[in-house]
Ligand binder design. Structure first.
Ligand SMILES: [Zn+2]
Length: 135
């Protein structure tokens, strides 16, 4: 009975090999390894970490705030355009000039917001990958 048990334990140990094959370079590495010693690739799930996730979230929030500011400028600009149209304070300051200046300012706000958001995303991607702590 004990002989059968020891045999089944032997086969169970043989079924779980001490080494595995790296999916990237096919070299044999220890089963518990997280990183391949031959090619340096992670063989477990990795992530950029919580700081990178927060940085990416900050970039998205920055883009949303920029879009909201641009929308606010658009509404304020429409009111200003109507006021200029009604009062004609200056012969040079036509509603078309107000429109042009408004479009330039809105374009600058939107482009800056997108550039900062994308830049934060790039910085988050550049942070080194580490094994996920939740797996
Ligand atoms: Zn490898």
């Amino acid at each position: 009975m004990s002989a059968i048990r020891s045999i089944s334990r032997e086969t169970a140990k043989a079924r779980v090999p001490a080494e595995k094959s790296c999916p990237w370079c096919c070299d044999t590495i220890p089963r518990e390894a997280k990183k391949c010693r031959s090619c340096g690739e992670w063989v477990v799930g990795t992530s950029h970490g919580i700081v990178a996730a927060l940085l990416r979230l900050l970039g998205v929030a920055w883009m949303c705030v920029s879009v909201a500011i641009a929308a606010g400028l658009w509404y304020a600009g429409q009111a200003l355009r109507g006021w200029v149209w009604m009062h004609s304070v200056n012969q040079q300051l036509t509603p078309r000039v107000v429109d042009f200046l408004l479009y330039v300012v809105i374009a600058i706000v939107l482009l800056k917001g997108i550039a900062v958001g994308v830049g934060f995303g790039i910085i988050a991607r550049l942070s080194p990958r580490r094994p996920r702590w939740w797996t």
